[in-house]
Design a binder for this molecule. Structure first.
Ligand code: BGC
Length: 645
């Protein structure tokens, strides 16, 4: 382009004096200009005075031209830089505008939260009034007696509700002894079983149960003539027909096994147990919220409700039986009935829904369902962040000219249990070392699923993460490839949240990044989304997004809790009443996502006001649902009151 400019300017006549001055003034620039082919004739024609003059005139002209060219070039370059800056600052402004708009739409001022709580209260009444009277199912649990602490015996529990299930053996010691012992094993559910057939899922579970029972020592065998008794914690919406039976209303949390819907899940499990000859009786079918409530009550008689904040979300509470119009059975002796609200399905015009939430819902396995859950729970928080980031990438070139392909993968920012890790390894390995690496990973998987690791999980001691990999990797460490796998495996799991396969570990890790350069955010963007070279400015925006999404979820959960307290009249302090109301909380989101938990607790206080807040206690019911199921088996045992022979 500059060459063209020169040839266009050179032939024009210019006054000598001016051109001489210019020539002189432009001397340093001349050498630069002479590099261009068009400038060569000027210098070769200077062989006489005339021609020298001509030459000088020509030189003057050229110099002027050159100067103009230089100026033009500088201007053009400057214009380009300015344009580039304007475009990128325009794009940056667009990204910031997207963020701002998102933040506004996610807003949860106290007034709105109160409206949400009121709407929850109204829907609770409607759901209790009649079957199908509300989006809130308000399911009757058939639990009218919560544990007293006197329960004793050896019971089993099966906890199914997410990508893993657990098999537990709980030894209850009766009065003052509490839980004497507890062993469990955790097993990952292969993804294809989450959307396959009912038989395949229950056969798989029955096999794991048989293996667990098969490996126990004689001391645990039931006395002759007695069956092992099992509490089945099934964390999906079930319409119970008794304490030990109930039909599945629908699946949630990524499960979709059509032929199980409408079936009695206890009958399905029993069928699979019989197929393999395992003599076990399901004595109680409970939702995880009910198990958590029962487990919480075992330790603290002031527990009146339980909330799960994990992959999914839900709440249960103790209702007065006569306040349940749809209950046509006898009023229990206790006068109480525990209700499984299935609050994940709550919806209200007061919920702050954004375009991202609507799109997420429309593309989900259960469109129009579980709207509250899709705003709050661990399965969805990371996905909302991903969608907002994708919009920034598409509309504001947030990550450069091209949209990072991984950012288009749905749910890439959700919980990453072992299976996801395995998939990642599979994707990363291309050579025949894959087999060795997968072996190493499956060793990890087995270790992670075993009670050894589970016991570590129970304590707050850090896991000796390196040891299984060291065992497997020693001969491999000579190659840099296996070294990088070694680092990858250990790296991928050193975060506390990841260690426990908690929900939204990636989002939580980014949100909690306190390093000055937000290096965890940088690492996560690179590791999961394959986006490198992110600036600090960009990382800050990512943290902002996490904050907006987590804050909205936590504040809405607090509003939900206020709704329950309103329904049972515990949101205000009556004169002369000092009774404490304890809410048992459990789930990976609550347990491991500190900012979420802190925000929930402070919002609830804010909503209740100082005086009422003093009477409400949020208690972490660690792992209550499994123990709770065992406790409910104890109170529904067929051998209750029967002496052991
Ligand atoms: C299910 C509930 C369950 C909750 C927490 C929801 O998706 O519908 O039954 O209690 O997740 O696990």
């Amino acid at each position: 382009m500059l060459g063209c400019l020169i040839s266009f300017l050179t032939p024009k006549a210019t006054p000598l004096s001016f051109s001489q001055n210019v020539l002189f003034a432009c001397a340093p620039i001349r050498s630069t200009i002479s590099h261009f082919p068009h400038s060569n004739p000027i210098w070769v024609s200077s062989h006489s005075g005339q021609s020298l003059r001509l030459c000088r005139i020509r030189m003057g002209k050229v110099a002027v031209g050159a100067a103009v060219v230089c100026a033009a070039a500088v201007c053009a370059a400057a214009a380009l830089v300015v344009r580039h800056r304007m475009i990128s600052s325009g794009k940056w402004a667009r990204a910031v505008a997207i963020l701002k708009e998102f933040e506004d739409k996610c807003g949860t001022p106290i007034v709105k939260l109160r409206q949400v709580a009121d709407a929850m209260d109204v829907e609770m009444h409607a759901g209790l009034a009649s079957e199908g009277g509300s989006k809130l199912n308000m399911l009757i649990s058939f639990v009218d007696n919560l544990p007293t602490g006197d329960e004793e015996g050896l019971f089993y529990a099966l906890d199914l509700g997410g990508t893993n299930f657990r098999v537990l053996r709980v030894h209850l010691g009766g009065k003052d002894k509490g839980v004497i012992g507890q062993e469990f094993e955790e097993v990952s559910i292969p993804p294809h079983l989450m959307t396959g057939s009912s038989d395949a899922l229950f056969d798989f579970i029955a096999a794991a149960l048989a293996k667990f029972v098969g490996s126990e020592s004689e001391g645990f065998h039931p006395p002759p003539g007695r069956q092992r008794e099992l509490g089945f914690t099934f964390s999906f919406p079930v319409r119970q027909t008794s304490i030990a039976s109930g039909t599945l209303i629908k699946w949630t949390k990524g499960f979709n096994i059509e032929d199980a819907v409408g079936e009695d899940v206890v009958a399905e499990l029993t069928k699979s147990l019989e197929k393999i000859g395992l003599d076990m009786r399901v004595a109680a079918l409970v939702n995880d919220t009910i198990g958590t409530l029962a487990g919480g009550r075992f330790y603290n008689q002031d527990v009146i409700a339980a909330v799960i904040l994990g992959t999914g979300t839900n709440a249960a509470y103790v209702e007065r039986a006569h306040a349940i119009p749809k209950w046509h059975g006898l009023i229990p002796k206790s006068g109480d009935m525990v209700i499984n609200m299935e609050w994940g399905n709550f919806r209200s015009s007061h919920l702050p829904l954004t375009e991202y939430d609507q799109a997420l819902d429309a593309e989900s396995l259960n469109p129009g369902e579980q709207i509250f859950e899709k705003l709050i729970s661990g399965m969805y928080l990371g996905e909302i962040v991903r969608r907002a980031l994708l919009k920034m990438a598409e509309e504001a070139d947030f990550f450069g000219d091209t949209v990072p392909p991984k950012l288009k993968v749905p749910f890439i920012l959700r919980d990453r249990p072992t299976l996801f890790l395995l998939q990642q390894i599979e994707n990363k390995c291309e050579c025949d070392q894959t087999a060795v690496l997968l072996k190493s990973a499956s060793f990890f998987q087995r270790a992670h699923s075993s009670s050894i690791i589970s016991k570590f999980q129970l304590s707050s001691e850090p896991l000796p993460l390196f040891f299984p990999y060291v065992l497997f990797s020693l001969p491999l460490l000579q190659s840099s490839f296996s070294l990088s796998l070694f680092l990858f495996l250990s790296n991928a799991l050193t975060q506390d949240e990841e260690r426990k396969a908690a929900v939204t570990p990636d989002m939580s890790a980014m949100h909690h990044d306190t390093s000055s350069d937000l290096r965890v955010v940088g690492y996560k963007l690179k590791d999961i989304l394959e986006i490198s070279n992110t600036s600090l400015k960009m990382r800050k925006i990512v943290v902002e997004l996490c904050d907006i999404v987590a804050t909205r979820g936590a504040r809405l959960a607090a509003a939900g809790i206020l709704g329950i307290l309103k329904k049972i009249g515990r949101d205000t302090v009556k004169v002369g009443e000092k009774q404490k109301s304890v809410i048992a909380l459990d789930g990976g989101l609550f347990e491991h996502y500190t900012k979420f938990r802190v925000c929930l607790e402070s919002t609830l206080k804010e909503l209740l006001g100082v005086e009422a807040a003093e009477t409400i206690v949020i208690e972490h019911a660690n792992d209550g649902s499994g123990i709770g199921a065992a406790l409910l088996v104890a109170s529904n045992s067929q051998y209750l009151g029967v002496e052991e022979s």
